[in-house]
Every structure is written in C-alpha cells, then in structure tokens.
Design a protein around this ligand. Structure first.
Ligand code: NAP
Length: 305
C-alpha cells in the first residue's frame, strides 16, 4: 500500500524513519512511504501545504489527504481535491503552541523587558499585578486555543474564550466578540484563516481593547489589518504586539513590523509539526482508513477549517 509524502525535501529524513515506525506500532504493516509514485496507485497522501502538488485529480484511488499542518487555508478550497482532508491535531503541536503562548503572555504580564534591557540601571521596584488580575481573551477555542486557555487558567489568568459556535462558558457572535475584546489586557488570536476571520482585528475592533492592551498572534497573519494595528500601536492604544505569522512569510525586510519598537516578530515558530509525534497521528488515521473506521480531524470544506 503506497503512501506518498508531499513536503519539503528537508522533511524526508524525519518521516522516512518516524512514519514507518508509527505505522508498525499502529498495526499497519503493508504500507510503504515513498516520495514518487504512479498517482493512480497511491492510497494516502501525507501533505504539507508548502509542497508543489496542486492537482489531486490523478489520485483516483487515494483514500485521504493527511495534512501535516493544523491550518488548511492553502488547500481547503482546492476544487481538484475530492478526497477526505484531515488536518493535524497533534500533542507535539499543541505543546509547542502552549509553550509559546504562555511564554509570551508571561513576558508581557511580568513586564520582563524592563529588567532584561535596562541600560540606565534603573531600580524600579514596581510589582506587576497577579495573573488573576490580568484578563486574557482567547479568540479561537479549538484544539490549540483551548489548550492554551487551560494552561493560562492553571496560572490563574482569567481567560475569556470566544469562538464561532455557542458553547457553555464561552462567548460567540459579534456581541460576544465586542465583550471579549473590551476586557482583554492580553489578546491572543488562535483562529484559522477563513473568509470570515480575515481582518477580524480591524480598526474598529482594535479600538475596543483597553488602552495599553497587548496582542499575541500565533494564528494567521491575515487575522489582523496590519495598517490598523500599526496606527493603534503608534498612538499608544495598543501597548505591544507579538506576531508569529504574517500575510507574507518570510516577513519582507522593509516591513514596518521589523523596526517598530513595540512589535516583536517571531518567525512562524509558535508550533511546528514534529515528525515523532505527528507520525502517530497520521498512522492512526491510516489504520482507521484501512479498518473502515471514520477518519479523525476531518476538515469541514464549507466552514473552511
Ligand atoms: P481548530 O481546532 O479548528 O479551532 C479553530 C477555532 O477557531 C475554533 O474554536 C473555532 O470555533 C474558531 N473559529 C473558526 N472560525 C471562526 C469564526 N468565524 N468566528 C469565531 N471563531 C471561529 O484549530 P486549531 O488546531 O486550534 O488551530 C488554530 C489555528 O492556529 C490554525 O488554523 C492555524 O492557522 C494556527 N496555527 C499556527 C501555528 C504557528 O506555528 N503559528 C501552528 C499551528 C496552527 P468553533 O469551536 O465554534 O468551531
């Protein structure tokens, strides 16, 4: 049973060993991982959206496309893709995101920058508030957002969650969004990129945040109207923005975010897909496909995530 990896060549050495091992662990013993094959003979496609494959039409017997990334915006609208599409929901990815979000939240909450860069040797004994006094809002309470919210709540941050559908203890809808923004001293965007979420943080919504609020965006660049964010930073309404994702990546050298004193750029590293954990997720889905069980983490093509 051939499964083909479509990803950057640098990923091959990682998956060449990890995926067959995970398949054996899952009890799938007749699978062969390849990087080239007759499309008409391929059973599963393991797919990184950065790969050049765009036409899925020749993959007539492919049972599923297994995305290596959590985000599917580059593939979800592909009209040639008629096979089921599963996205990556993986403990390693989640752990990475939780670490990035907690780390950057604590940096801003504790005001660490004042002490790390202190050329004037200023002895300022001002204590930060406790986490319980620092309201955080999480936009997107899916696999990643919910895990980050739980980790922050364990540190006693009061976290307001906002998502698309109504759920107990969370906000939703435009009214809920306005409420969630108006209390957020730290705002974290962990939404997928869809037509509904593009520019969700526009000038109007940014203005709802309390003065001095900090924004963390490990979701997707287009969630934020960049001009509106820069204007809000420049007039001091937004205190800082820590951004991991951008409309254009790598972020162009002349982009104002690089030089802005109140912007931190991280190079799309919040959560990487690690072969040693992701391979188990892929193997489990292949096992399911082979035993007739429903695939996990299927993407809703209409919803777009
Ligand atoms: P997920 O499980 O699909 O969760 C998405 C969340 O967003 C859900 O809570 C969903 O609401 C909410 N949502 C979607 N559309 C919405 C809308 N129009 N209005 C309000 N809420 C909406 O996704 P995930 O696994 O948590 O991943 C989230 C995103 O993180 C990915 O799509 C990707 O863009 C990004 N990501 C970034 C990195 C990185 O390294 N920077 C790594 C991995 C992922 P419902 O709960 O109501 O469905």
């Amino acid at each position: 049973m051939p499964l083909i990896l479509f990803a950057a060549p640098s990923l091959w050495p990682e998956y060449r060993d990890a995926l067959p091992a995970a398949l054996a662990e899952a009890g799938v013993d007749d699978a062969t991982l390849v990087t080239e094959a007759d499309p008409a003979k391929v059973d599963y496609i393991v797919y990184a959206p950065a790969s050049p494959l765009r036409d899925f039409t020749p993959y007539t017997r492919t049972k599923a496309v297994l995305n290596l990334w959590a985000g599917v915006e580059r593939i979800v609208g592909n009209a040639t893709l008629t096979q089921p599409l599963a996205r990556m929901v993986d403990p390693g990815l989640t752990e990475g995101m939780v670490e990035w979000v907690v780390g950057h939240t604590l940096r801003h909450h504790l005001g660490m920058d004042r002490h790390i860069v202190n050329p004037g040797r200023v002895w300022d004994p001002t204590c930060p508030p406790l986490a319980r006094e620092r309201p955080v809002t999480m936009l997107g309470m899916g696999a990643l957002g919910a895990a980050c919210a739980n980790a922050l709540r364990a540190l006693h941050f009061p976290v307001t969650g906002w998502s698309r559908t109504e759920k107990p203890g969370q906000l939703h809808g435009e009214h809920g969004l306005r409420k969630a923004l108006s209390s957020a001293q730290i705002l974290i965007a962990l939404l997928p990129k869809t037509p509904e979420t593009e520019n969700i943080l526009n000038a109007d919504r940014l203005a709802l945040l309390p003065k001095g609020a900090v924004i963390l965006n490990p979701g997707r660049g287009p969630l934020i109207d960049d001009s509106a964010l820069l204007a809000a930073l420049n007039r001091g309404h937004i205190g800082h923005a820590t951004l991991d994702v951008f409309r254009v990546e790598p972020l162009p050298q002349d982009h104002p975010y690089w030089s802005h004193p109140r912007v931190t750029v991280t190079p799309h590293i919040a959560a990487d897909t690690r072969a040693f954990t992701a391979s188990r997720v892929i193997a489990e889905n292949i096992r399911r496909g082979e035993t007739g069980e429903p695939f996990l983490h299927l993407v809703d093509r209409v919803r777009g995530y």
